[in-house]
Design a protein around this ligand. Structure first.
Ligand code: PLP
Length: 468
């Protein structure tokens, strides 16, 4: 049963002076003890929730009990074991639809968010007049859509980021209004950046649709800590991965397709499970008329029951409560990081993104500087963090647009570089263009405690007044 939790803006970790704040912290400490104790036993400080969420121990227990006590057959049949598997797969689908209030959508199970996005790439009817509009702040799995669009003669354009890694709404409106006379227009953006944590405005969905764009919302980094209600915000397509929401299982994501846009997607081939009937002697096949059309082959029917278990886990805690917790954790971390300074007064870390953190989730991208103001290589920081069993992420996070913006790398120099090389690596491009690149990413989630952040802050302190 879902727990109703009223989000409080001001639940602070450092000044717990109301009973509400104490209760909130107590709740998460108890949750940690019950579900995530393994982290403490193994001495982990896990701060890579944007990379992957963590599962609660009870999720595994429930799933393994189900597997141990039952027999499952391939759902593409009508025998008893098959029927049982089908019932659980359909139970998972229903749970997803209910969780997102996605009653106007088909839920297509995929391997992950990237393969959900790939379905759109393969099937969206970009023609020679097709238009694709993306944000510079996109994961590579979205950036890759431009290949589908341009291979079919369409054009793509990026909406630039401002210095604080947000999008200028006026600029976006102007780009959305540049349309040609086709109905093959796809606008795609991440509901939350996987690097800066910036939450892009969900109102853009309707704005874009009013200009005749179809909208693919990449919700992968947003849904683990924020509610998404698809009865109020209605993108045409939504992609996500479940391991980012509740850690287990990996290998399952979904594409939600608005029913009214289902027939706009043209599946370029057929496979087992996707057809009602196909002939070999005659070159004909009739596709299934629902989610099955896009679920190639056999779905992961042993893992799918764990999706309902995972969603129940989130519902029992309450996504509003998780959201509020993550907001207070990231506010605390952001505030405390600003305070850590070298003797010169310069901060040890520079956090990227807006200084007003109201529309930023639990992901902080940063770089570390020594007492002379020289930036540390992100690998050095990750290496040092590893020694303390702190799991953070470093590099470019599959989001080259943010990295190129942060480090002021211009199109012309990138183009020159790419046309003069047949292959390359991160190290080579850094050496040849002479720009340092990359950052360190810290992200918080359901099992993060204040003491984890304090441990990380201690780590940051250890760089104080040091030189390389
Ligand atoms: C915003 C965003 N989109 C898409 C993806 C791709 O997800 P997956 O690797 O699960 O396919 C990620 C993964 O980090 C992401 O953060």
């Amino acid at each position: 049963m879902a727990v109703v939790f009223k989000a409080q803006d001001n639940i602070r970790l450092d000044e717990q002076n109301t009973s509400e704040e104490l209760k909130h912290n107590q709740f998460f400490n108890q949750l940690f003890a019950k579900e995530f104790e393994r982290l403490e036993k193994q001495g982990h400080t896990y701060l890579d929730y944007t990379g992957g969420g963590l599962y609660g121990a009870s999720q595994l227990e429930k799933h393994f009990a189900l597997l141990k006590q039952n027999t499952f057959g391939n759902p593409h049949s009508t025998n008893p074991t098959s029927q049982y598997a089908t019932a659980l797969v359909e139970g998972a689908r229903k749970a997803v639809i209910e969780y997102f209030e996605a009653y106007d959508y088909y839920c297509i199970f995929t391997q992950n968010a990237s393969s959900a996005i790939k379905i759109i790439g393969e099937s969206y009817p970009f023609g020679s007049n097709g238009q694709l509009l993306l944000l510079v702040d996109n994961h590579n799995s979205i950036n890759g859509l431009r290949s589908y669009c341009s291979n079919r003669g369409g054009t793509y354009e990026y909406v630039a980021l401002q210095e604080d890694l947000t999008v200028d709404a006026t600029q976006l409106r102007a780009q959305l209004s540049q349309v040609n006379d086709t109905n093959q227009r796809l606008f795609t953006f991440p509901a939350q950046s996987n690097v800066s944590g910036v939450k892009h405005d969900l109102q853009w969905v309707l704005q874009a649709q009013q200009q005749g764009w179809d909208v693919l919302l990449d919700a992968a980094a947003f849904v683990p800590t924020s509610p998404l209600n698809l009865s109020t915000i209605q993108p045409d397509f939504v992609s996500l991965s479940f391991y980012k929401m509740f850690g287990y299982p990996t290998g399952v994501g979904c594409l939600l397709v608005k029913k009214s846009k289902f027939h706009k997607l043209i599946k370029p081939w057929f496979a087992g499970g996707t057809v009602r009937i196909a002939s070999v002697r005659a070159n004909y096949h009739f596709l299934e008329n629902n989610h099955e059309r896009f679920e190639d082959g056999t779905v992961d029917y042993l893992s799918l029951p764990a999706i309902k278990i995972g969603l129940d886990f989130i519902n029992q805690i309450g996504i509003e409560r998780i959201n509020s917790r993550v907001t207070s954790l990231s506010d605390y971390l952001y505030r405390e990081l600003q305070k850590i300074r070298h003797i010169t007064g310069e901060p040890v870390v520079q956090v990227y993104g807006p200084t007003n953190r109201k529309e930023v989730g639990g992901t902080l991208a940063m770089n570390f500087y020594d007492a002379r103001g020289e930036r540390y290589h992100f690998q050095t920081i990750e290496h040092e963090a590893n020694k303390r069993s702190i799991s953070i992420r470093s590099g470019c996070f599959c989001n080259p647009g943010i990295d190129e913006t942060q480090h002021n790398i211009y199109t012309a120099e990138l183009e020159d570089y790419f046309v003069s090389h047949r292959e390359s690596s991160h190290q080579e491009i850094v050496e040849q263009l002479g720009h340092t690149r990359g950052a360190v990413r810290v992200s918080v989630g359901i099992a993060t405690r204040k003491q984890d952040l304090d441990f990380f802050l201690d780590f940051v302190h250890s760089f104080k007044n040091k030189t390389q």
